[in-house]
Design a protein around this ligand. Sequence first.
Ligand code: ADP
Ligand code: UDP
Length: 236
Amino acid sequence: MEKTVQLYEGKAKKVFATEDENLCIVSYKDDATAFNGLKKGTIVGKGIVNNRMSNMLMQLLEKQGVPTHFVKELSDRDTLVKKVSIVPLEVIIRNVSAGSFAKHYGVAEGIQFDEPTIEFSYKNDELGDPLLNSYHALALKLATKEEIETIKRLAFKVNEVLIAYFKTLGIRLVDFKLEFGRLPDGIIVLADEISPDTCRLWDLKTNEKLDKDRFRRDMGGVEDAYKEVFKRLMGE
Ligand code: ADP
Ligand code: UDP
């Protein structure tokens, strides 16, 4: 399958149309942004890690009963996916306090929760992705009640599968962001990516950060952290 026209260029990926109107090709870049685009940079090799890691995890999730957009990995940076209409919600699951949760509620990072939390933000860069609850999402007609229920169920299922899998790699899944989309028949599938850009991943033993926080917080060792996660995933 070949790329035809570019449909969209985002902060981390480009999306291309193909000869099949139901399929598109996602192309992963090394560009990194944080704080709603305020901080910009490059993480060399990130596009390859994020593409291959996302594809691997999407296939694992499919096997565990989570429908995803994944079709075929075409190259190190390019993947064929089912074209969806993205539900404009960023779905965030947390197992451990960190980032904006720690800041909003005035708690330390690293507190393990008894149960995971879920929250939504409105995927809208101009508004700065504001937090909202499911009633707000319904009022704004971002999704139906049934879609929101499906999204919640699938997001918690993704969490269960990923916690267990990352544990085998010596990684603690602290929190992550998911996006879902609608296929032409209305079926909700997991879309976008699952990578160190969208997850907080801490080494199980040392709590060392193996994710984009190293970029956000100018901690150094950004490329090495992405490579380390990739190495553990691929068993290389
Ligand atoms: P952003 O839009 O936040 O800058 P990216 O650079 O990752 O993000 O751009 C990728 C875009 O493609 C996102 O807007 C994402 O919602 C969208 N997308 C992800 N998967 C699919 C898919 N299967 N079909 C259509 N769009 C998708
Ligand atoms: N996240 C993301 N994209 C966003 C916002 C958050 O991928 O636009 C991920 C982020 O990497 C982290 C989780 O969602 O794994 C929770 O992020 P948080 O709300 O703590 O926000 P941040 O600290 O990024 O402001």
